[in-house]
Design a protein around this ligand. Structure first.
Ligand SMILES: NC(=O)c1ccc[n+]([C@@H]2O[C@H](COP(=O)([O-])OP(=O)(O)OC[C@H]3O[C@@H](n4cnc5c(N)ncnc54)[C@H](OP(=O)(O)O)[C@@H]3O)[C@@H](O)[C@H]2O)c1
Length: 350
């Protein structure tokens, strides 16, 4: 039996993605084979294709941080799960495939009746947003938060969860994303027209309690200037390293995983050394999951329950079939996407 998966053949642009057909993988001892129903397409996938994400695997590899699927076959020694059960996982790579084999301990049960595309939006984007709000920033009702990239996948998750937490919200976005950001209860700030530091000072007087910075690099420093004394920047992304979905530096074709981490380190250390009680703290879903796997499971289960109760409503920007992964990444890289792009089994749907 054959299955299809998408492979990154070299570090570079969307043309580095190839669709291949090969023998179905067999689950090893302790593993479960999952039939992928929905796989998220996110900027970390694009950064791994370009070779700049800290988690970039050696070539060739299958991208795909987050999946929702149906249990298809059990490896030896697996007993706590039944074929047909819907599950979610964060494999970091491997999701752009019809079938993926994962250790049983990695699988989180998904309540019946949920749309797999909506459920997969929770695995990377909402867990990231939830953990940054409640485990890194430890926000309290009435605090002010600035969210960069507020119309994007993680940004819209931060807005919905920030609203549930009772925050006063501000979000940077391009003009295309402004109506969504306003609908989700935040004050949109057009990053292409306005200096967000000045705009935050103008709107709030003293600054915000927390900035969620997805851009990285020198933007972290500007985010720090938008804080009130005692506030913190949660730095979690490298969107600023990309332009049009390609490396902003114009360099090509190498695995460069450590430079962005070194830059992060400098800003974090600087923020603790300088006066002003304005700190920068890093957040990484994969590192928190490695250090505290119970948090990931607990938080994803809580979010799936919020989705079941329709207290959160993930925005699906577009659904593509697996074979159109390249077009999906091109769309994400082009910008102006509101919410999450998802690869779904068996076809496309807006
Ligand atoms: N640390 C972690 O654990 C973790 C987990 C998940 C994601 N991430 C990171 O989070 C970031 C966002 O990922 P995503 O999948 O949510 O991406 P996304 O859906 O593409 O969203 C990115 C958003 O950023 C906006 N943007 C681009 N340049 C901007 C600027 N200068 N100022 C303000 N907004 C700007 C884009 O708006 P326009 O397209 O309209 O320009 C877009 O809405 C990425 O850097 C990713 O690596 C980190």
């Amino acid at each position: 039996m054959k299955h299809t998966r998408v492979v990154v053949t070299r570090y570079g642009g969307p043309d580095a993605l190839r669709v291949v057909e090969e023998e179905c993988p067999e689950p090893k001892r302790g593993e479960v084979r999952v039939k992928v129903l929905a796989a998220g397409v996110s900027l970390p996938d694009v950064m791994m294709r370009e070779g700049i994400h800290p988690e970039t695997p050696p070539l060739p590899f299958t991208p795909g941080w987050d999946v929702v699927g149906a249990v298809d076959r059990l490896g030896d020694g697996v007993s706590g799960i039944a074929p047909g059960q819907i599950v979610a996982a964060l494999p970091i790579s491997g999701g752009y495939a019809e079938l993926i084999c994962l250790p049983e301990r990695e699988l989180v049960p998904v309540p019946p009746g949920l749309d797999p595309a909506e459920a997969v939006s929770l695995v990377l984007n909402y867990v990231t947003a939830y953990q940054m709000l409640h485990r890194s920033a430890k926000v309290t009702r009435g605090q002010r938060a600035l969210i960069h990239g507020a119309a994007g996948g993680v940004g819209t998750a931060l807005l919905q969860l920030g609203r549930l937490a009772g925050l006063e919200l501000y979000g940077t976005c391009s003009a295309r994303g402004a109506p969504t950001v306003a609908d989700l209860g935040a004050v949109p700030i057009d990053y292409q027209e306005l200096d967000f530091v000045k705009e935050i000072q103008r709107l709030t007087g003293e600054g915000v309690d927390v900035v969620f910075d997805s851009l990285g690099g020198s933007n972290i420093w500007r985010s720090r200037r938008a804080l009130r004394a005692g506030g913190r920047v949660v730095a979690y992304g490298l969107t600023g390293s990309l332009r049009g979905g390609r490396l902003a530096s114009g360099r090509e074709g190498r695995r460069r995983r450590f430079r962005p981490i070194a830059v992060f380190g400098l800003y974090i250390a600087g923020s603790w050394l300088l006066p002003g009680r304005r700190r920068v703290v890093p957040y990484s879903i994969q590192w928190l999951k490695r250090l505290r796997p119970a948090f990931f499971r607990e938080d994803l289960i809580a979010l799936l329950e919020l989705l079941r109760q329709r207290k959160i409503q993930p925005l699906i920007a577009r659904r593509f079939p697996l074979a159109e992964a390249r077009q999906a990444q091109e769309l994400l890289g082009a910008g102006g996407v509101t919410g999450k792009i998802v690869l779904v089994r068996g076809g496309s749907q807006a």
